[in-house]
Design a binder for this molecule. Structure first.
Ligand SMILES: C[S@@+](CC[C@H](N)C(=O)[O-])C[C@H]1O[C@@H](n2cnc3c(N)ncnc32)[C@H](O)[C@@H]1O
Length: 296
Protein backbone atom coordinates (compact mmCIF):
# COMPACT_ATOMS: atom_id res chain seq x y z
CA UNK A 1 0.00 0.00 0.00
CA UNK A 2 1.42 3.43 -0.92
CA UNK A 3 1.80 5.86 1.96
CA UNK A 4 -0.81 8.62 2.01
CA UNK A 5 0.70 12.08 1.79
CA UNK A 6 -0.52 14.30 4.61
CA UNK A 7 -1.11 18.02 4.09
CA UNK A 8 1.30 20.47 5.69
CA UNK A 9 -0.76 23.14 7.39
CA UNK A 10 0.03 26.62 8.64
CA UNK A 11 -1.05 28.42 11.79
CA UNK A 12 -4.31 29.70 10.33
CA UNK A 13 -5.46 26.17 9.58
CA UNK A 14 -4.63 25.26 13.16
CA UNK A 15 -6.80 28.18 14.24
CA UNK A 16 -9.67 26.90 12.11
CA UNK A 17 -9.33 23.49 13.79
CA UNK A 18 -9.26 25.12 17.22
CA UNK A 19 -12.47 27.02 16.38
CA UNK A 20 -14.08 23.78 15.26
CA UNK A 21 -13.03 21.90 18.40
CA UNK A 22 -14.34 24.62 20.71
CA UNK A 23 -17.63 25.02 18.88
CA UNK A 24 -18.26 21.28 18.35
CA UNK A 25 -17.76 20.65 22.08
CA UNK A 26 -20.36 23.26 23.08
CA UNK A 27 -22.76 22.16 20.32
CA UNK A 28 -22.57 18.51 21.37
CA UNK A 29 -23.19 19.38 25.02
CA UNK A 30 -26.35 21.29 24.13
CA UNK A 31 -27.62 18.61 21.77
CA UNK A 32 -26.95 15.84 24.30
CA UNK A 33 -28.94 17.93 26.81
CA UNK A 34 -31.91 17.90 24.41
CA UNK A 35 -31.81 14.11 24.44
CA UNK A 36 -32.43 14.01 28.18
CA UNK A 37 -35.74 15.78 27.42
CA UNK A 38 -36.59 14.05 24.11
CA UNK A 39 -35.04 10.54 23.94
CA UNK A 40 -35.51 10.35 20.14
CA UNK A 41 -33.26 13.39 19.64
CA UNK A 42 -30.09 12.70 17.55
CA UNK A 43 -27.21 14.93 16.49
CA UNK A 44 -24.77 14.07 13.71
CA UNK A 45 -21.36 15.27 12.67
CA UNK A 46 -20.81 15.48 8.90
CA UNK A 47 -17.38 16.29 7.43
CA UNK A 48 -17.91 16.99 3.71
CA UNK A 49 -14.23 17.28 2.76
CA UNK A 50 -12.81 15.21 5.58
CA UNK A 51 -9.13 14.89 4.61
CA UNK A 52 -6.79 12.23 5.99
CA UNK A 53 -7.62 12.72 9.68
CA UNK A 54 -4.18 14.23 10.42
CA UNK A 55 -1.89 16.93 9.10
CA UNK A 56 1.69 18.00 9.63
CA UNK A 57 2.28 21.38 11.23
CA UNK A 58 4.42 23.52 8.95
CA UNK A 59 5.80 25.28 11.96
CA UNK A 60 6.82 22.38 14.20
CA UNK A 61 6.79 19.36 11.87
CA UNK A 62 4.53 17.62 14.41
CA UNK A 63 1.33 15.78 13.66
CA UNK A 64 -1.85 17.87 14.11
CA UNK A 65 -5.29 16.29 14.47
CA UNK A 66 -7.56 16.95 11.49
CA UNK A 67 -11.25 17.79 11.73
CA UNK A 68 -12.52 14.14 11.74
CA UNK A 69 -10.30 13.16 14.66
CA UNK A 70 -11.17 16.35 16.50
CA UNK A 71 -14.87 15.51 16.12
CA UNK A 72 -14.24 11.97 17.38
CA UNK A 73 -12.61 13.39 20.51
CA UNK A 74 -15.54 15.65 21.40
CA UNK A 75 -17.36 14.85 24.64
CA UNK A 76 -20.24 14.11 24.86
CA UNK A 77 -20.09 12.24 21.55
CA UNK A 78 -22.21 12.87 18.47
CA UNK A 79 -24.75 10.15 17.62
CA UNK A 80 -23.27 9.58 14.15
CA UNK A 81 -20.10 10.52 12.27
CA UNK A 82 -20.13 10.83 8.47
CA UNK A 83 -16.78 11.47 6.81
CA UNK A 84 -16.87 12.21 3.07
CA UNK A 85 -13.57 12.01 1.22
CA UNK A 86 -12.95 11.48 -2.49
CA UNK A 87 -9.33 10.37 -2.23
CA UNK A 88 -9.07 6.60 -1.83
CA UNK A 89 -5.95 6.55 0.36
CA UNK A 90 -7.39 9.20 2.69
CA UNK A 91 -10.74 7.44 2.85
CA UNK A 92 -8.87 4.28 3.90
CA UNK A 93 -7.19 6.17 6.73
CA UNK A 94 -10.61 7.46 7.81
CA UNK A 95 -12.02 3.92 7.81
CA UNK A 96 -9.22 3.11 10.25
CA UNK A 97 -10.79 5.58 12.73
CA UNK A 98 -13.90 3.42 13.11
CA UNK A 99 -14.20 2.26 16.72
CA UNK A 100 -12.01 5.04 18.19
CA UNK A 101 -13.39 6.06 21.62
CA UNK A 102 -16.20 3.56 20.92
CA UNK A 103 -17.50 5.72 18.03
CA UNK A 104 -18.92 4.27 14.82
CA UNK A 105 -17.66 6.04 11.72
CA UNK A 106 -19.33 5.98 8.31
CA UNK A 107 -16.92 6.83 5.50
CA UNK A 108 -18.31 7.85 2.12
CA UNK A 109 -15.62 7.65 -0.56
CA UNK A 110 -17.32 9.92 -3.05
CA UNK A 111 -17.92 13.52 -4.08
CA UNK A 112 -19.24 15.65 -1.20
CA UNK A 113 -22.06 17.11 -3.30
CA UNK A 114 -23.33 13.69 -4.38
CA UNK A 115 -23.29 12.37 -0.81
CA UNK A 116 -24.88 15.43 0.79
CA UNK A 117 -27.70 15.52 -1.77
CA UNK A 118 -28.66 12.11 -0.38
CA UNK A 119 -27.73 12.59 3.29
CA UNK A 120 -29.05 16.06 4.16
CA UNK A 121 -32.74 15.29 3.51
CA UNK A 122 -32.53 12.70 6.32
CA UNK A 123 -31.93 15.48 8.87
CA UNK A 124 -35.56 16.39 9.38
CA UNK A 125 -36.79 18.59 12.22
CA UNK A 126 -39.83 16.43 12.90
CA UNK A 127 -37.55 13.39 13.28
CA UNK A 128 -35.61 15.27 16.00
CA UNK A 129 -32.42 15.20 13.94
CA UNK A 130 -29.76 17.90 13.91
CA UNK A 131 -26.30 18.13 12.35
CA UNK A 132 -23.08 20.06 12.39
CA UNK A 133 -21.63 19.99 8.88
CA UNK A 134 -18.06 21.05 8.08
CA UNK A 135 -17.37 22.07 4.47
CA UNK A 136 -13.65 22.59 4.10
CA UNK A 137 -12.64 22.15 0.44
CA UNK A 138 -9.45 23.12 -1.43
CA UNK A 139 -11.30 25.25 -3.99
CA UNK A 140 -14.68 26.86 -4.77
CA UNK A 141 -16.94 24.08 -3.53
CA UNK A 142 -19.56 22.85 -2.40
CA UNK A 143 -22.37 23.43 -4.88
CA UNK A 144 -24.93 26.02 -3.86
CA UNK A 145 -27.88 23.58 -3.90
CA UNK A 146 -26.25 21.70 -1.00
CA UNK A 147 -25.79 24.85 1.04
CA UNK A 148 -29.32 26.02 0.28
CA UNK A 149 -30.73 22.63 1.25
CA UNK A 150 -28.87 22.82 4.58
CA UNK A 151 -30.29 26.31 5.19
CA UNK A 152 -33.84 25.41 4.31
CA UNK A 153 -33.93 22.30 6.48
CA UNK A 154 -33.52 24.49 9.58
CA UNK A 155 -31.69 21.62 11.32
CA UNK A 156 -28.14 22.01 10.06
CA UNK A 157 -25.30 24.32 11.10
CA UNK A 158 -22.37 24.73 8.76
CA UNK A 159 -18.79 25.85 8.83
CA UNK A 160 -17.87 26.69 5.24
CA UNK A 161 -14.65 27.92 3.71
CA UNK A 162 -15.13 30.39 0.90
CA UNK A 163 -11.90 29.89 -1.09
CA UNK A 164 -11.19 33.47 -1.98
CA UNK A 165 -7.69 32.69 -3.34
CA UNK A 166 -9.20 30.33 -5.95
CA UNK A 167 -11.77 33.01 -6.76
CA UNK A 168 -9.11 35.68 -7.31
CA UNK A 169 -6.69 33.51 -9.28
CA UNK A 170 -9.11 31.69 -11.57
CA UNK A 171 -12.54 33.32 -11.70
CA UNK A 172 -12.63 36.96 -10.70
CA UNK A 173 -10.14 38.28 -13.26
CA UNK A 174 -9.82 41.86 -14.44
CA UNK A 175 -10.99 40.79 -17.87
CA UNK A 176 -13.98 38.45 -17.39
CA UNK A 177 -13.60 37.21 -20.98
CA UNK A 178 -10.32 35.52 -19.99
CA UNK A 179 -12.00 33.21 -17.45
CA UNK A 180 -11.97 29.57 -18.64
CA UNK A 181 -15.40 28.11 -19.34
CA UNK A 182 -14.80 25.32 -16.80
CA UNK A 183 -14.01 27.93 -14.12
CA UNK A 184 -17.16 29.91 -14.96
CA UNK A 185 -19.17 26.69 -14.68
CA UNK A 186 -17.80 25.73 -11.29
CA UNK A 187 -18.33 29.30 -10.02
CA UNK A 188 -21.94 29.11 -11.22
CA UNK A 189 -22.35 25.84 -9.30
CA UNK A 190 -20.77 27.38 -6.18
CA UNK A 191 -22.88 30.54 -6.40
CA UNK A 192 -26.08 28.89 -7.61
CA UNK A 193 -26.47 31.07 -10.70
CA UNK A 194 -24.60 33.68 -12.73
CA UNK A 195 -25.46 36.67 -10.55
CA UNK A 196 -21.89 36.70 -9.12
CA UNK A 197 -20.88 38.48 -12.34
CA UNK A 198 -23.16 41.44 -11.57
CA UNK A 199 -21.83 41.51 -8.03
CA UNK A 200 -18.15 41.18 -8.95
CA UNK A 201 -18.07 43.71 -11.80
CA UNK A 202 -19.55 47.09 -12.70
CA UNK A 203 -19.86 48.72 -16.12
CA UNK A 204 -16.96 51.04 -16.85
CA UNK A 205 -18.23 54.49 -17.91
CA UNK A 206 -15.09 54.91 -20.04
CA UNK A 207 -15.17 53.26 -23.45
CA UNK A 208 -12.23 50.95 -24.10
CA UNK A 209 -9.72 51.03 -26.96
CA UNK A 210 -12.30 49.56 -29.37
CA UNK A 211 -15.00 52.01 -28.23
CA UNK A 212 -16.82 49.24 -26.41
CA UNK A 213 -18.08 49.60 -22.84
CA UNK A 214 -15.56 47.98 -20.49
CA UNK A 215 -15.94 46.50 -17.00
CA UNK A 216 -14.58 47.51 -13.63
CA UNK A 217 -13.72 44.79 -11.16
CA UNK A 218 -14.84 45.22 -7.54
CA UNK A 219 -12.72 43.95 -4.63
CA UNK A 220 -13.17 40.21 -4.02
CA UNK A 221 -14.53 41.04 -0.57
CA UNK A 222 -17.64 42.40 -2.31
CA UNK A 223 -18.35 38.84 -3.44
CA UNK A 224 -17.63 37.50 0.04
CA UNK A 225 -20.13 39.97 1.55
CA UNK A 226 -22.70 39.07 -1.11
CA UNK A 227 -22.24 35.36 -0.38
CA UNK A 228 -22.95 36.11 3.29
CA UNK A 229 -26.21 37.81 2.28
CA UNK A 230 -27.10 34.83 0.08
CA UNK A 231 -26.62 32.48 3.03
CA UNK A 232 -29.20 34.52 4.93
CA UNK A 233 -31.61 35.69 2.24
CA UNK A 234 -31.56 32.82 -0.27
CA UNK A 235 -30.50 29.76 1.75
CA UNK A 236 -32.51 30.96 4.76
CA UNK A 237 -29.94 30.61 7.56
CA UNK A 238 -31.13 32.94 10.31
CA UNK A 239 -27.66 33.66 11.66
CA UNK A 240 -24.53 34.26 9.58
CA UNK A 241 -21.85 36.12 11.53
CA UNK A 242 -19.15 38.05 9.72
CA UNK A 243 -16.66 35.48 8.36
CA UNK A 244 -13.02 35.44 9.44
CA UNK A 245 -10.32 35.84 6.77
CA UNK A 246 -7.77 33.02 7.01
CA UNK A 247 -4.31 33.79 5.64
CA UNK A 248 -1.09 32.12 4.64
CA UNK A 249 2.35 32.82 6.10
CA UNK A 250 2.79 35.87 3.87
CA UNK A 251 -0.51 37.38 5.02
CA UNK A 252 -2.43 36.64 1.79
CA UNK A 253 -6.06 35.68 2.29
CA UNK A 254 -6.69 32.04 1.34
CA UNK A 255 -10.29 31.67 2.45
CA UNK A 256 -13.04 33.17 4.61
CA UNK A 257 -14.35 30.94 7.36
CA UNK A 258 -18.14 31.18 7.41
CA UNK A 259 -20.55 29.86 10.02
CA UNK A 260 -24.29 29.69 9.34
CA UNK A 261 -27.01 28.46 11.65
CA UNK A 262 -30.75 28.42 12.22
CA UNK A 263 -30.28 28.84 15.95
CA UNK A 264 -29.72 31.90 18.17
CA UNK A 265 -27.89 29.99 20.92
CA UNK A 266 -25.52 28.43 18.38
CA UNK A 267 -24.85 31.86 16.98
CA UNK A 268 -24.03 33.27 20.39
CA UNK A 269 -21.58 30.45 21.07
CA UNK A 270 -19.86 30.77 17.73
CA UNK A 271 -19.58 34.55 18.11
CA UNK A 272 -17.75 33.90 21.42
CA UNK A 273 -15.44 31.38 19.76
CA UNK A 274 -14.78 33.49 16.66
CA UNK A 275 -14.37 36.56 18.85
CA UNK A 276 -11.15 35.07 20.24
CA UNK A 277 -9.66 35.31 16.78
CA UNK A 278 -11.25 38.45 15.38
CA UNK A 279 -9.22 40.93 17.33
CA UNK A 280 -6.31 39.02 18.88
CA UNK A 281 -3.01 38.16 17.22
CA UNK A 282 -4.25 34.68 16.42
CA UNK A 283 -0.94 32.89 15.87
CA UNK A 284 0.13 33.74 19.42
CA UNK A 285 -2.99 32.05 20.71
CA UNK A 286 -2.21 28.83 18.91
CA UNK A 287 1.33 28.91 20.27
CA UNK A 288 -0.03 29.49 23.78
CA UNK A 289 -2.46 26.59 23.35
CA UNK A 290 0.38 24.30 22.29
CA UNK A 291 2.16 24.89 25.57
CA UNK A 292 -1.00 23.75 27.37
CA UNK A 293 -1.37 20.60 25.26
CA UNK A 294 -3.91 19.72 22.56
CA UNK A 295 -6.99 20.18 24.71
CA UNK A 296 -5.81 22.98 26.98
C1 LIG B 1 -8.73 21.01 3.10
S1 LIG B 1 -8.78 19.27 3.04
C2 LIG B 1 -9.80 18.86 4.42
C3 LIG B 1 -9.16 19.06 5.75
C4 LIG B 1 -10.00 18.62 6.91
N1 LIG B 1 -11.34 19.23 6.89
C5 LIG B 1 -9.34 18.99 8.21
O1 LIG B 1 -9.51 20.12 8.69
O2 LIG B 1 -8.65 18.14 8.77
C6 LIG B 1 -9.87 18.93 1.70
C7 LIG B 1 -10.08 17.44 1.43
O3 LIG B 1 -11.20 17.32 0.54
C8 LIG B 1 -10.95 16.25 -0.37
N2 LIG B 1 -11.82 16.53 -1.54
C9 LIG B 1 -11.58 17.36 -2.59
N3 LIG B 1 -12.65 17.45 -3.39
C10 LIG B 1 -13.62 16.68 -2.83
C11 LIG B 1 -14.97 16.39 -3.15
N4 LIG B 1 -15.54 16.92 -4.25
N5 LIG B 1 -15.67 15.58 -2.36
C12 LIG B 1 -15.10 15.03 -1.24
N6 LIG B 1 -13.82 15.26 -0.88
C13 LIG B 1 -13.08 16.08 -1.65
C14 LIG B 1 -9.47 16.31 -0.63
O4 LIG B 1 -8.98 15.03 -1.04
C15 LIG B 1 -8.92 16.73 0.75
O5 LIG B 1 -8.54 15.61 1.50
Amino acid sequence: MTAVKLDKIGLWSEIKLDILRRYATEYSKIMAGQKTKIPAFRHWYIDGFAGAGSHISRETGEEVLGSPRIALGVEPPFDAYYFVEMDHGRADLLRGLDGINGRTVKVEEDDCNTVLRRLLPEIQYRRYRRALCVLDPYNLNPDWDIVKMAGQLGTVEIFLNFMVMDLKMNVHLGDPKRVAVSDVERMNRFWGDESWRDVGYAPDPQMNFFDEPGVLKHEATVLVDAYRRRLRDVAGFKYVPEPIPMKNSTGAEIYYLFFASPNATANKIVEDVLGRYRHDPAPDRVKAKRTRGPHG
